[in-house]
Design a binder for this molecule. Structure first.
Ligand code: 3PG
Length: 223
């Protein structure tokens, strides 16, 4: 029992440290392996080292492998929904994994993977269920459609120990309103490296978007 508890605490420390490295996490949907390294380099030059690569394309794991080789990159897999995706994420070089939702099966299986999971929640009950399992850091998804900033504000008092990484509908215009909330540790989204920018190999604009995003929250800091 004691061993289990200390493993959970350690898991929380690891995910907290990883999320604290970058307040903004670009969410990537990409299938062209040759774009993986230029993209990671652009994001890192723009100041964003933590990158979530969604497992929504055929070559996502190859892209993760390529990005993980870049100095300074911290790669998470995204859209993780089952055990084999979690195993593959670890083998490809991910340092953590992000799930869009939370199921008991996924949380059980995540205990057998050596890297931490950031599980997604969309309701108070789901957040309570994840918290009961020892998760203190959660993804809130899809943030904007389910209430966004208003929802997060309403969670501060009843769920004071939980911290969220909201994603879904976040962009340069609403970023600040999310990041300034006490229960938000970082925010994620696809607006930094959009489909169109990736199609056009516009890595320069991606780097600018990363820098702009950091400037927007520049004055704000998290403990
Ligand atoms: C995610 O997986 O977190 C979302 O797809 C990102 O949402 P966005 O595309 O609205 O930024």
């Amino acid at each position: 029992m004691l061993t289990q508890r200390s493993e959970i605490v350690q898991n929380i420390t690891t995910i907290k440290n990883l999320l604290s490295i970058a307040p903004i996490i670009p969410v990537i949907v990409l299938d062209e392996v040759e774009k993986a390294q230029p993209l990671a380099k652009a994001l890192i030059s723009g100041g964003l080292r933590v990158i979530e690569v969604t497992l929504r394309t055929k070559n996502a794991l190859k892209i993760i492998e390529q990005m993980a080789k870049i100095d300074g990159a911290i790669i998470a897999s995204g859209t993780v929904r089952n055990f084999s995706q979690m195993q593959n994420s670890y083998n490809a070089g991910c340092q953590f994994m992000v799930a869009p939702g939370t199921t008991k099966k996924l949380l059980n299986e995540a205990e057998n993977i050596p890297i931490p999971l950031l599980p997604g929640v969309a309701s108070v009950s789901e957040a309570m269920m994840a918290a009961e399992r020892g998760y203190q850091y959660l993804k809130l998804f899809p943030a904007e459609p389910i209430g966004g900033v208003k929802l997060l504000k309403s969670l501060i008092s009843p769920l004071p120990e939980l911290k969220f990484c909201p994603t879904g509908g976040i962009n340069k215009d609403n970023l600040k309103s999310y990041f300034e909330l006490a229960n938000v540790i970082s925010v994620g989204g696809s607006w930094i490296a959009t489909k169109q920018l990736l199609e056009n190999n516009n890595f320069m604009q991606i780097e600018k978007n990363a820098k702009n995003a950091l400037n927007i929250i520049g004055a704000l800091s998290k403990d």
